[in-house]
Ligand binder design. Structure first.
Ligand code: BTN
Length: 236
């Protein structure tokens, strides 16, 4: 079930507030907004409020036996990638970047914000369907630059369906097939990456795949491999 609202502060904050009020928000329910006045991104950043873009959130309730909640980042990235595939003229230009960015070339097409609340996770997704922000520190792109502007409601339905399918697979088959499919959709092994870890000096390396737990494996200049569990990586 998808609920559409004209305007709100942040769809993630709205669902988090409902969970905090002990409301049982059902899995499969989505809140999608035309406008967000206080959209939030990862690492405390703001999220662009672009008219015609997809901005929506849903909830996953973690159950016993589920894979680790953090791996929902990989699942969500893959679901967004798959929902965008039919809208991209050259699918080979689209790739996933750990943990959950969707890129066209080097430009960011979509962003995902996961926020835990007890045993539940609020999954927030922003996809640049119609417009992309101009940022100084990273390239961005909207699907409207590649072809006709996608219909937001059609996109929301496809994404909700793909997400539900991926969630079911994640629960039934675990991480191994998800990691395999995620890696196929990611930039190639060997891609140069820079890892930013808070205030520490950024570390250069290359993409060596994902660990069994969904961590990012970064190959360092001395040939050693580092598993990264949290933080931000950029294409170098
Ligand atoms: C990122 O920084 O890449 C994550 C961006 C996530 C944006 C979405 S838009 C819908 C939902 N509500 C928010 O406030 N943020 C997420």
């Amino acid at each position: 079930m998808i609920h559409y609202v004209t305007e709100t502060g942040s769809t993630n904050s709205d669902l988090a507030a409902r969970l905090a009020g002990k409301e049982r928000v059902p899995e499969g329910e989505w809140l999608v907004a035309d406008r967000q006045s206080a959209g939030r991104g990862r690492q405390g950043r703001d999220w662009f409020d672009g008219s015609g873009n997809f901005m929506g959130s849903t909830v996953v309730h973690l159950a016993q036996g589920d894979p680790a909640g953090a791996t929902l980042a990989l699942l969500t990235g893959l679901a967004v990638y798959e929902a965008c595939l039919p809208l991209v003229p050259d699918p080979s230009a689209m790739s996933l970047k750990w943990p959950n960015d969707v890129l066209i070339g080097r430009a960011k097409l979509a962003g995902i914000l996961l926020e835990g609340q007890g045993n539940s996770v609020v999954v927030g997704i922003g996809v640049n369907l119609a417009a992309a922000p101009e940022l100084t520190d990273r390239q961005t792109i909207a699907l409207s630059k590649l072809g006709p502007t996608p219909d937001r409601d059609d996109f929301a339905e496809r994404l909700a369906n793909v997400f539900a399918t991926e969630l079911e697979r994640w629960r039934s088959f675990g991480l191994e097939p998800l990691i395999r499919r995620w890696t196929k959709a990611a930039h190639p092994v060997g891609t140069a990456l820079t890892f930013h870890d808070g205030d520490a000096t950024p570390q250069q390396g290359s993409f060596a795949g994902l660990g069994e737990d969904g961590s990012l494996l970064l190959r360092l200049a001395d040939g050693s491999q580092r598993a990264i569990h949290a933080g931000d990586v950029m294409l170098a």
